[in-house]
Design a protein around this ligand. Structure first.
Ligand SMILES: [Fe+2]
Ligand SMILES: [Fe+2]
Length: 274
């Protein structure tokens, strides 16, 4: 069994300190094997925000795999935005994540790719080179290993949830994802949590799609609170706990189970409020 804590959209600079403390306590209690952080660490990509985010991340267990979000690129400093969009991100975080944004052990393989772009694409994009990278990193990993891809911007929407804008080139990327036998997609960006029954991609393959809400930011959407996902992976069964901040600590609000077989993912159980 492997446990992944999927945390997203911290937005340091527009965050709640008590909720950040509660998140540290909750994640440390649940002892994940890996923490996947799917971007928007800061609100405006300021050095002070990155420094605060780094202090916070150092209090969470290792290993971590992280990808930047659109808020981690400077917005107002045009010189930095166009010529050095990830300089601050790299400066503060380069010693934190996995080399080449890739983690593998004898049960899971997980790759992170950067979909944040310096130009207009608020909803991100996958490059042709990144599609090759997905093929290279995960295509040759045997299907007996559970394969996960992490992006900030979603590449698919969970079935039955409100439509959200997807990253540019999501469709061809999903075809590559299907061919590489990737089981699970993790993303953030929209501040809405959702674990989907399978989304059909390409010629009948399927992948489990999991969006994270915002873990500690005050920029919540609609009725959504502050959440993160606690994902247990055992063989071909995945159980997703939606961890919700209830005023003093994070509690499991719901748990959803999925089973993977030759026909793709299937919902097998839910408990708690959706
Ligand atoms: Fe965000
Ligand atoms: Fe974002």
């Amino acid at each position: 069994m492997r446990r992944i804590a999927h945390i997203s959209d911290l937005h340091f600079g527009r965050h709640s300190t008590p909720i950040a403390e509660a998140l540290i306590q909750s994640v440390n209690e649940h002892q994940p094997h890996l923490i996947a952080l799917s971007g928007d660490f800061t609100q405006r990509a300021r050095n002070s925000e990155f420094a605060e985010a780094r202090l916070f991340l150092d209090r969470l267990p290792q290993p971590k795999l992280l990808v930047p979000g659109n808020h981690d690129i400077p917005l107002y400093n045009i010189f930095n935005r166009f010529l050095r969009p990830f300089t601050k991100y790299d400066h503060h975080f380069s010693t934190l994540g996995q080399p080449a944004n890739f983690f593998r052990d004898d049960e899971i393989a997980i790759l992170g790719i950067n979909t944040a772009r310096r130009l207009k694409q608020k909803n991100g994009r996958v490059s042709i080179e990144q599609m090759r990278e997905i093929e290279r990193a995960l295509g040759d990993v045997p299907n007996s290993i559970f394969k996960v891809l992490v992006t900030h911007h979603p590449l698919a929407a969970p079935f039955g949830t409100p439509a959200v804008k997807l990253a540019g080139r999501a469709m061809p990327a999903l075809e590559i994802i299907r061919k590489a036998g990737i089981h699970l997609l993790l993303s953030g960006h929209h501040h809405r949590a959702g674990s989907g029954s399978s989304v059909e991609v390409g010629a009948g393959g399927s992948v489990l799609v999991l969006h994270a809400g915002t873990a500690i930011s005050t920029r919540t959407r609609g009725m959504e609170g502050n959440t993160y996902n606690l994902i247990d992976i055992a063989d071909r069964e995945v159980s997703v706990g939606l961890m919700d901040y209830g005023g003093d600590r994070f509690k499991e609000k719901s748990r959803t189970g999925f089973l993977f077989n030759d026909h793709g993912w299937r919902l097998i159980r839910t408990s708690g409020a959706p």
